[in-house]
Design a protein around this ligand. Structure first.
Ligand SMILES: Nc1ncnc2c1ncn2[C@@H]1O[C@H](COP(=O)(O)OP(=O)(O)OP(=O)(O)O)[C@@H](O)[C@H]1O
Ligand SMILES: [Mg+2]
Length: 354
């Protein structure tokens, strides 16, 4: 199950749709960059995931808990247990020292422990600044106090809204390496940024426009084809369900190639036609490579660069209309394959590269 799942999530302010039927999933341990123009709904999304705000409609589940079902008090409890928040504006209490700011966060979590607060600040490189007030700290140092504060209860989900927006290059690098380290240690990181270089460090980018997912966040045709082939195998051949957190699923839902049918994700007619054509071209390429180049193939079906669109029937005829790919998966017949001998369904997997 995905750690974060939203379905048709909307947040309206009067007539304005800050989030508009947004469906997405984020797996535990992911590092996701949320990008998009100013006003596209990035902060609104983070506010809802953190329980600071509530959706107008749709659902949002974190760790399987439907946030809409929680009372204000339960929501505060959820926030304390599950999320660490890092903002662009640091929101430090100006008359408390760095150490006291972190200890205040501990107090909120009912666990004051001076040693642990000092250790948290040492970890972010502020061991020498414990007694400084925010006004005596640089922007980068203040942001590091915020990170220490957000981590005091080891939250599984870290939400960061432009955490380097106010920092110079050196402090940006320090803050980013702290966040990268947290991701390494298993925290799920959702980071809003305007900076493409920072977004590129994430495992995945979610781009918003007008409160919706921007069309096709997949990196070019090859990734789209790999995603379609993977989903085809699962949905159409193996009868497995997929979650919105699976690679490419949210993008294909936004593009109308997938849809929810009876609560399950399935291909639309358009998606099925596109995916089956891609799968045929990939599997023909696998046969071609296995037979003519004697090249060993990836263990998994569907990893090969497909035959170019428009050439598949020619390649199919050249190969004498193979019915199965080298992995034993079926190749759908094309228009010229009517005389092909029916081959019984694969029993087991053929030897790869044979
Ligand atoms: N409390 C509010 N009341 C009314 N409108 C709001 C409120 N909060 C956000 N909005 C509007 O919702 C839209 C989305 O705002 P949001 O702050 O999520 O954008 P953003 O993507 O974070 O932008 P930025 O990159 O500038 O931070 C904007 O048009 C904003 O004006
Ligand atoms: Mg914002």
């Amino acid at each position: 199950m995905a750690l974060v799942e939203t379905e048709a999530l909307s947040r309206r302010f009067g007539p304005l749709r800050a989030l508009d039927e947004l469906t997405l999933g984020i797996e535990q341990g992911d590092w996701v960059a949320v990008t998009g123009p100013s006003g596209s709904g990035k902060t609104t999304l983070l506010n809802i995931l953190s329980g600071l705000d509530r959706p107008t409609s749709g659902t949002v589940r974190v760790g399987g808990v439907d946030l809409a079902g929680l009372s204000a008090r339960e929501l505060a409890g959820y926030r304390q247990r599950t999320v660490g928040l890092v903002f662009q504006q640091f929101h430090l209490i100006p008359y408390l020292t760095a150490l006291e700011n972190v200890m205040l966060a501990q107090y909120v979590h009912s666990m004051t422990d001076r040693g642990e607060a000092e250790e948290a600040l040492r970890k972010v490189g502020l061991g020498e600044r414990l007694g400084h007030l925010p006004s005596q700290l640089s922007g980068g140092e203040q942001q590091r106090v915020c990170i220490a504060r957000a981590l005091i209860n080891q939250p599984p989900l870290i939400l960061a809204d432009e955490p380097t927006g106010n920092l110079d290059a050196v402090n940006e690098a320090v803050v980013m390496s702290l966040l990268a380290d947290l991701h390494q240690r298993g925290h799920t990181l959702i980071l809003v940024t305007h900076d493409p270089a920072i977004a590129a460090r994430a495992g995945r980018e979610i781009r918003l426009e007008h409160g919706r997912l921007a069309a096709v966040g997949l990196q070019g045709d090859l990734e789209l084809q790999a995603v379609l082939a993977d989903l085809w195998q699962r949905l159409e051949e193996d009868g497995e369900g997929v979650s919105v957190a699976r690679r490419g699923v949210a993008e294909l839902l936004a593009d109308g190639l997938l849809a929810f049918v009876d609560g399950r994700i399935a291909f639309t007619e358009r998606g099925r036609a596109q995916a089956s054509a891609v799968v045929r071209r990939i599997r023909l390429a696998e046969v071609l490579l296995a037979r003519t180049l004697d090249r060993s193939l990836a263990e998994e079906c569907g990893r090969e660069t497909p035959v170019a669109a428009g050439f598949e029937d020619q390649v199919c005829a050249f190969l004498d209309h193979p019915a199965l790919c080298p992995h034993g998966r079926p190749i759908a017949p094309g228009p010229g394959c009517c005389d092909r001998e029916e081959v019984p369904a694969a029993s087991g997997t053929l030897e790869v590269g044979a």
